[in-house]
Each structure stands twice: as C-alpha cells, then as structure tokens.
Design a protein around this ligand. Sequence first.
Ligand code: NAG
Ligand code: NAG
Ligand code: NAG
Ligand code: NAG
Ligand code: NAG
Ligand code: NAG
Ligand code: NAG
Ligand code: NAG
Ligand code: NAG
Ligand code: NAG
Ligand code: NAG
Length: 434
Amino acid sequence: MIFLYILVLAAVFIQKGEAYLCYNLSPPDTILCKNCAGGSGSCTLDNGCSCIDDPTITCVPTTECAGVGTNICCPTDYYWSSADNCCTDTLLCNPSCQNDEICKNISKVATCGCNTSLYSGMNTSSLVPTVTCEASVMTVTLDKCLLESLGYNSTTFQLNNNSDSCVNTYTKIISNKTMQSIQALPQTGWCGNEVTINSSIVYYANVLHIGIQNTTIITANPINFSFSCSYNMTMQTSLATAINSVINTVNISINGEGSVVTTMAAYWDQAYTTPIKDNEDVPVGSNVYLGIFSDVSDVNKFVLRVENCYSTPDNNVNNVNKVAIVSGGCPANQGITTEVQENGVSVESRIKFNSFAFQGQPLVYITCEVRLCDKNTTCTGCNAVRTNGDDGTAMLQIPLNFLDDYSSSASNAVESSWTFLASSLLAYLSVKLF
Ligand SMILES: *[C@@H]1O[C@H](CO)[C@@H](O)[C@H](O)[C@H]1NC(C)=O
Ligand SMILES: *[C@@H]1O[C@H](CO)[C@@H](O)[C@H](O)[C@H]1NC(C)=O
Ligand SMILES: *[C@@H]1O[C@H](CO)[C@@H](O)[C@H](O)[C@H]1NC(C)=O
Ligand SMILES: *[C@@H]1O[C@H](CO)[C@@H](O)[C@H](O)[C@H]1NC(C)=O
Ligand SMILES: *[C@@H]1O[C@H](CO)[C@@H](O)[C@H](O)[C@H]1NC(C)=O
Ligand SMILES: *[C@@H]1O[C@H](CO)[C@@H](O)[C@H](O)[C@H]1NC(C)=O
Ligand SMILES: *[C@@H]1O[C@H](CO)[C@@H](O)[C@H](O)[C@H]1NC(C)=O
Ligand SMILES: *[C@@H]1O[C@H](CO)[C@@H](O)[C@H](O)[C@H]1NC(C)=O
Ligand SMILES: *[C@@H]1O[C@H](CO)[C@@H](O)[C@H](O)[C@H]1NC(C)=O
Ligand SMILES: *[C@@H]1O[C@H](CO)[C@@H](O)[C@H](O)[C@H]1NC(C)=O
Ligand SMILES: *[C@@H]1O[C@H](CO)[C@@H](O)[C@H](O)[C@H]1NC(C)=O
C-alpha cells in the first residue's frame, strides 16, 4: 500500500518536474509526511516539515508545502520549487532573488547575494545617496549591491551619534533592486543632528557613516556622506527646532478621519515660529501668539475652529478666577487684548493676546476648546452654530510663566495691563452681580 502511494506521488512529481529534477524520494529511509504514523505531517516556517504526531521526525512534504513555499519545506541540500511543487537538488532561493542578485549556496543554505559582476568597473563616485525629506522623517538610501560590490558593508550604516536608537535602517526593493536606507528625524538634538535656522528656513544635517566589509582583501575605505533637509519654518516645524517648547497634544476622533493629532503651543513672534519654552518667562504686557494646528490628512474636508479659550491661575478650567480670552470663536473682550488672527478657515488657528498675570500666581494656564469643523458647515464667525454632530472636539491646555515683574523695564506696560485687567474683571464681576 505504502509502496503504491510512493509510486503515485513520484509519478506526480516527475510529471510536474519540467524545469527542475524533482526530489525522487531517496535515500530510501526518507519519510513522506503522509506516511507519518499519525497519517500526515505539516510544514511551518520555523521548523520545516515534520510528522504531526511526532514533531521530532522530519518528513518530506506533500503539496501542503506549497502554502509555506520556502526551502525549509525540503531536507538539507534540497530546495523548494514552487513551479514544480516539489523539492529539487537544484539550488533555488525562496523567495526568489532580485534582478541584481544571485542565488548562492552559503553553507548549504540558498541565500540571495549580490551579483557583483553587474557593478564591475564602478568606483565610489558611483555611490550617490538619495535623500528624501518628508515632514516627519529624513531618509537616505543607497543601492545595497553597489555598496557591497565596492567592498562596503551595507549593514554598518550609522549617523553622527552611533548609539543603537539612532540606527534605524531597513531594506526596500525599488525597481527590482535592494536598497538600503537609514532614517533620521528632523529634530533638534536628535542623534547628532546639526540645525541651522536661516530666517524662515530650518536645515537639519547629519552624516551617514558606512563601514567596510571585514574581509582579508580590503578594497575600500570607510565613507561618510553628509546630508540635509530643509523645512519651511511654520508653527508646526518650529516646534522641532526647540527643545522643551510648551505644548499640549491631544487626539481628536472624528467620523471619516479617525484620530487627528492636534497641538497647541505658544510663540514669541507674529510668524509663529519661535516657540515659548517651559523655562522662559514671558513679561506681562508682551504679545503672546497662541498657535493650534491639526494633522488632518484631508485638508479639504475639515478646518480647525477654536471655540473658547480661558486663562486660569491653575489647571482647573472652572477656577472662579477664570478669564475668557476667546469666546464663540472671537475675542472675548474681558480685558485681555485679543486678536483672533485665523480661525475656522484652515487646519491652523492663530490667536494673539497680551500677556497678563493673576496676582500672586506664578503660572497662567491657557485652556482652549477646539473642534474639527466640517468644511461644508459654517466654521468661521462669532458664535457659529454647531450644525454637525459629527464634529470632533477637544480641550488643550498649556501653562505659561507670565512674569509679573514690576521692576522690569516693561513696568508701565505691566501696570497698565494688570490694571486694565483688574478693572475689567471688576466690571465683568459687577455685570454678573446685577
Ligand atoms: C552547496 O554547498 C555544499 C558545500 O558547502 C555542497 O556540499 C552542496 O552540494 C552544494 N549544493 C548545491 C546545490 O550546489
Ligand atoms: C550577473 O550579472 C552579469 C552581468 O550583467 C550577467 O551577465 C549575469 O547573467 C548575472 N548573473 C545572474 C545569475 O543573473
Ligand atoms: C571612477 O570612475 C569614473 C568613470 O566611471 C572615472 O571618471 C573616475 O576617475 C573614477 N574615480 C576614481 C576615484 O577612480
Ligand atoms: C546619542 O544618542 C543617545 C540616545 O539618543 C543619547 O543617550 C546620547 O547621549 C547621545 N550621545 C551623544 C554623544 O550625543
Ligand atoms: C521586476 O522584475 C519582474 C520580473 O523579473 C518584471 O516583470 C518587472 O517588470 C521588473 N520591474 C522593474 C521595475 O524593473
Ligand atoms: C539663507 O537664505 C538665503 C535666501 O534663501 C540664502 O541666500 C543664504 O545663503 C542662506 N544662508 C545660509 C547660511 O544658508
Ligand atoms: C557587516 O557588519 C555586520 C555588523 O557590523 C557584521 O555582523 C558582519 O559580519 C559584517 N559583514 C562583513 C562581510 O564584514
Ligand atoms: C574581522 O574578522 C576577523 C576574523 O574573521 C575577526 O577576528 C575580527 O574580530 C573581525 N573584525 C570586526 C571588526 O568585525
Ligand atoms: C568619517 O567620519 C568619522 C567620524 O566622524 C571620522 O573619524 C572619519 O575621519 C571620517 N572619514 C572621512 C573619510 O571623512
Ligand atoms: C516653503 O515656502 C515657500 C516660500 O514661502 C513656498 O513657495 C513653498 O511652497 C513652501 N514649501 C512648503 C513645503 O510648504
Ligand atoms: C461636503 O459636500 C460635498 C458636496 O456636497 C460632499 O461631497 C462632501 O462629502 C461633504 N463633506 C463632508 C465632510 O460631509
């Protein structure tokens, strides 16, 4: 019975084996998976094929191996042919190699290696890295086989700071070639980045260091590639140029968009590109620029609208001393000079106000209620009616050190500002009393 079975199977193999000679079930003690004591075997990526009842007994696959489709389906020295659906003694790599690679027999394991003859006659001047600058990441890419043909070790990519967390490398197939890439973040202080700020443009530079292969014949010297990306200074990109900016970030969930990261930060300048840091004091009476932006993927669908902003002496937004800065999307006119510079027209909102302090309190907390507004509805104007229940809303809060320093040169501004605030607060309270 078993004999008959082997014959049938072998016949099938021979029929299918048009391109490669199929493994013909020798040596004779080879166990067919279907002949295992339990009646069958199975193949896994980790362990190859073995009998189901006894995983220590390896077996030769049946057609079920086609689902796994790798060489671990076959005994040592045999390789899986997906075309013939059998094991063959012809060296085959699975998955198959790229156009610039050759399937090599390395310690009896079929391994894709570079076809170095493709690159004969080339030298390091042919090594031209591709630099891709994206909003959140910089990527440097080189042809892996060209590197290896020239004597470089493509797994040695490093940046200025060579610590493990700075080595973010991966390979990718581009036009049937294996490319080796390393990524860097456009952020100040990240892994030896050098940052240059030129008025409205910020440059992040780093160096890619590539080592050579550890072989007896050395054909190359380690090489360094400087690369850089430039970014327009915006309220968003400027946050990456400064460490310890005062920011708050929340996720807003919204129908048809998922989770939208929304950030609030405070800036020193009208361009909204110099973030206020958490160790910086803001003299009372100076202009503060509150920037809020959403990372919406479809900017044609939603806009960001700041509904209300309050200031409080602590993080409790219901503190009795709370003063509104923005109300219904417009200046609240509660004594704090406020200008709503942009709101409800894009995914950014810009609010300029005059800093002030609560007497005896070191910090002022700014809390804003924002919503992602369906562009089809009314999102601009004061007290715009909320027409779409699907709008996503969120609260953002940042603390700022508004320095109430009467001895400073800004004392006049300080006093007038504080006085103005106090009197208008009184007015506000008295209005409430009546
Ligand atoms: C692979 O190399 C080994 C020696 O390392 C050799 O015994 C074997 O026959 C080779 N296999 C093929 C398919 O070339
Ligand atoms: C390797 O590249 C050379 C030069 O292009 C080519 O002639 C040869 O066929 C390639 N080898 C394989 C196995 O593809
Ligand atoms: C590299 O090769 C190019 C031609 O492909 C040649 O002009 C150049 O001089 C070579 N550079 C070096 C350093 O050998
Ligand atoms: C390199 O980066 C690591 C992790 O980011 C950091 O801990 C280390 O201080 C950095 N080294 C230098 C010299 O900047
Ligand atoms: C990649 O290789 C496959 C098969 O060898 C071929 O069909 C395809 O056109 C190639 N693609 C490119 C971009 O060269
Ligand atoms: C700064 O930008 C200006 C205008 O784009 C340019 O001419 C100048 O060379 C830049 N300076 C630096 C140091 O990059
Ligand atoms: C390439 O570098 C890696 C990591 O540094 C090392 O493990 C490997 O042995 C090197 N390969 C060669 C051929 O030098
Ligand atoms: C290079 O290879 C030799 C022997 O193969 C080994 O002793 C040495 O440690 C390797 N060097 C590096 C930097 O990997
Ligand atoms: C590459 O950079 C390393 C580390 O900064 C330095 O030691 C080496 O001299 C540089 N090599 C070249 C060729 O510039
Ligand atoms: C950067 O700023 C310039 C000039 O303001 C503008 O033309 C360009 O489109 C901006 N680039 C990006 C990516 O926003
Ligand atoms: C806005 O209106 C257009 C056309 O009326 C419609 O196709 C689109 O889906 C609407 N957008 C949203 C977010 O409802």
